[in-house]
Design a binder for this molecule. Structure first.
Ligand code: PEP
Ligand code: MG
Length: 775
């Protein structure tokens, strides 16, 4: 894996060179393998793994390239040429690039690599197959596109000799003058830069084009397909007006069809390259796709969308009736534009209620008012759930509805957290929703703007599965890890589809509270095993969705009032202010049985091989609590010194005493700003009367965060954030500037956070380079 380290711009290569073979077939590759197969290879592998008809391919891995460099002694030679190279000196740069490229081209490819490539090529087809040979840079998905486009692609390659030479050409292209320049400017160590090469059957499409799996602006489940004759580049480059087909995923019918005049097409030029030619008269106005082909393409699109959890922009081609999927990337326009169009269309609509837009998206439906969790049986699919405040036993109903409106709460209340994970639009803190709205009334909810309109407005639809603004799965590499928060296991797949670097907060209380029985009930009814199993199964779903990535599971943190409606809830103490009450680690330390059962579930997961599980303690106010928790866990047989145990910084005292926590051996710390803000400013986070004073950027809050980050950095301990503030791009910029190690955001915020992080990192590097140059 390539890691760009904070501050120094240092690059290290963490991939083990020993384990990865010279060749990986598409079927063996997943998106996590980017360090071995590069961005292109990883994305093709991921598509093949879900059964999409991707043309056969194999990848000459980055490790093969490195073996080539080491075994030929080139690594040393390249180092000699590039070391101390002044990249600002054009002549010197060009000369160095030419020298290195010539060295790479002249070097004899080790027999093992050569044999592996030849054998794989033969395995693709007994007769010489025509292939495309494409460089797949392992740092290709760095946000700076100019870096990515540096390496070569060779089309129309036929025969072993041409293939081996094309591979070596791709390797050499890593050392173009511009590529060396960019790497130097971005602080990459030349000796650790890698490249993979994808060798794929070339598809000479007879017809081809692009497809948006959902409407690219409104996000509605209508697939839009554009197609024309010849290779897809004609459509992608805009050199032809393609046919346009709109396929409704709900009815599975084509609802619109526009047949264009297609006067040109791009076709292969003999055995090399491509050319633009005129389409013969008979095909110019003919329909490109049959109805069956449109339906099949739309089905493939749906598969990709479901897998990634967000609408996709897909390139496809058809040869002799066979469909090939050539590329799939997330559509990034959904969400922002939808919000604009919604407010545009709703200019004349009557606003019934205003609150906080807690989960983006818009939906129209009939109001169902729920005054007590026991009445959720009345909720039907597609309704608008209106309630004072949701609680965990309402989650099954929340999954059914088109939108959620609450009287109380802010951006971090239960309704807001769960709605965002479900991808269901929500407006919270309307104050009077349950009084003003009537059962059965038709309303439209705008979860972005925080508005509820009378009647149906602007063709709003429930954002099924794909919440607007949800993230791209394309792995953009940032030095600051961008992780995701998860509260309900059902959201694990959507969360993983964001490509997040792990889970920075798994709230297990949602899992337990959804069972409708308090932990105390399980204990006093001798159903401990059942409780442990529920925890084990729920957490495992999330761990399985994030293989090889850390998942920080937080121990129980439910205020007593949230337990009250459940079986066993009658034994919960009545607290004047549950937010300041018996919750988090304070309760676990005083309720050893409840703590032990959670630890038992963790122990079983560790034993089952889930090394990626870390445990995070909430509401910690003194290092003694951490030490005590560790001792208790050790007493129950946990190897506490090797387990990943960390704390949330949610109470000012833990920020003030962070150094004592670091000395007590925490392995990570994560800001729970939802609470940190309320405890620093004395603002109840769920009280809409003071919501406007709830200020994440209050200097006192920022000061606590800043000093804690500094200390964690001194001790080399990961410092993260999992509170709602981490989902705000402005805050993310500030956090990166102040040295945070990772940010864990909501599913719907990952894309914008990743972008904000990447931009900020780039800016920091650029400014450092400029300052150096100026010196
Ligand atoms: C927080 O306090 O910021 C946090 C993430 O925890 P919760 O919202 O569950 O209290
Ligand atoms: Mg908290």
């Amino acid at each position: 894996m390539i890691i760009l380290k904070q501050g120094g711009g240092e690059i290290i290569s963490g991939a083990s060179m020993k384990e990865v073979p010279n060749i990986l077939w598409l079927e063996e590759i997943r998106k996590e393998d980017i360090a071995s197969v590069g961005g292109k290879g990883a994305s093709l592998g991921e598509m093949a793994s879900i059964g999409l008809p991707v043309p056969p391919a194999f990848v000459v891995t980055a490790q093969a390239f490195r073996r080539f460099l080491v075994e030929t002694g080139l690594d040393q030679k390249i180092y000699k040429v590039s070391d101390n190279l002044d990249v600002e000196n054009n002549a010197a740069l060009e000369k160095a690039a030419d020298t290195i490229k010539a060295l790479v081209m002249k070097a004899k490819m080790p027999a093992t690599i050569k044999d592996d490539i030849k054998a794989s090529y033969k395995k693709m087809s007994q007769k010489d197959l025509i292939v495309a040979v494409r460089s797949s840079a392992t740092a290709e998905d760095l946000p700076d596109a100019s870096f990515a486009g540096q390496q070569e692609t060779y089309l129309n390659i036929k025969g072993e000799i041409a293939l081996l030479s094309a591979v070596q050409n791709c390797w050499a292209s890593l050392y173009g003058a511009r590529a060396i320049y960019y790497r130097a400017k971005q602080g990459f160590e030349e000796s650790t830069v890698n490249i993979a090469v994808v060798i794929q059957q070339l598809v000479h499409s007879e017809k081809a084009g692009v497809m948006f799996t959902s409407h690219p602006i409104s996000g509605e489940p209508t697939t839009i397909i554009e197609g024309s004759w010849g290779l897809g580049e004609a459509v992608v480059s805009g050199s032809v007006s393609p046919d346009n087909y709109v396929f409704d995923q709900r009815t599975e019918f084509i609802t619109e069809k526009t047949i264009a005049n297609k006067n040109v097409e791009i076709v292969p030029d003999g055995s090399h390259g491509t050319k633009l030619v005129e389409v013969d008269a008979a095909r110019q106005d003919a329909q490109v796709l049959s109805e069956a082909e449109v339906a099949k393409l739309a089905m493939y699109g749906k598969i990709a969308e479901n897998h990634y959890g967000i609408p996709q922009d897909v390139e496809w081609g058809i040869v002799a009736g066979t469909i090939y999927i050539l590329q799939s990337r997330p559509i990034t326009t959904i969400g922002k534009k939808e919000a604009t169009s919604m407010s545009g269309q709703s200019k004349d609509a009557k606003i019934l209620l205003k609150g906080q837009g807690a989960a983006p998206g818009t939906a129209t439906g009939k109001v169902v008012i729920i005054r007590d969790a026991k009445d959720t049986g009345a909720v039907k699919e597609g309704d608008i759930l209106v309630t004072r405040m949701t609680n965990p036993d309402m989650v099954p109903a929340m999954k059914k509805v088109a939108a959620i409106v609450t009287d109380e709460g802010g951006m971090t209340c239960h309704a807001a957290i769960v709605s965002r994970e479900l991808g269901t639009p929500a407006v919270v803190g309307t104050k009077t929703g349950t009084q003003q709205l009537k059962n059965g009334q038709l309303v439209t909810v705008d979860g972005e703007m925080g508005l509820v309109y009378e009647g149906a407005v602007g063709g709003a639809a429930k954002a099924v599965g794909a919440a607007p603004g949800v993230v791209g799965s394309a792995p953009m590499i940032t030095a600051t890890s961008v992780k995701v928060n998860v509260s309900i296991p059902e959201a694990a797949a959507r969360a993983a589809a964001t490509g997040a670097d792990g889970v920075g907060l798994l709230r297990i209380e949602h899992l337990i509270l959804g069972l409708n029985k308090t932990p105390g009930w399980y204990i006093s009814n001798h159903k401990e095993e059942e409780f442990v199993k529920e925890l084990y199964d729920g957490i495992r779903i999330v761990l399985d969705a994030f293989p090889g990535k850390t998942v920080w599971v937080r121990t129980l943190d439910a205020p007593t009032d949230e337990f009250r409606n459940m079986a066993g809830g009658e034994n919960e103490p009545m607290e004047h202010n549950p937010m300041l009450g018996w919750r988090g680690i304070r309760r676990d330390l005083q309720s050893p049985d409840q703590f032990r059962l959670q630890v038992e579930a963790f122990k079983r997961l560790w034993k089952a091989g889930y090394d990626n599980l870390g445990v995070m303690f909430p509401m910690v106010s003194h290092p003694d609590q951490f030490i005590k928790a560790k001792q208790m866990m050790a007493g129950w047989g946990v190897d506490v010194e090797n387990a990943t145990l960390g704390i949330m910084i949610e109470i000012p005292s833990s920020a003030i005493m962070i150094e004592d926590f670091l000395q007590a051996g925490i392995k990570f710390a994560s800001f729970g700003t939802n609470d940190l803000i309320q405890y620093t400013l004395a603002i109840d986070r769920n009280n809409e009367n003071v919501a406007d004073m709830y200020n994440p950027q209050h200097p006192a809050v920022l000061s606590l965060i800043h000093s804690s980050i500094q200390k964690c950095r001194e001790y080399g301990v990961e410092c993260s954030i999992c509170g709602q503030a981490g989902s705000d791009p402005k805050m993310a910029v500030w956090l990166v500037e102040h040295g945070i190690t990772s940010i864990s955001a909501n599913i719907d915020a990952i894309a914008k956070i990743r972008e904000a992080v990447a931009r900020t990192e780039k800016r920091i590097i650029l400014e450092a380079a400029r300052n150096r140059d100026a010196e």
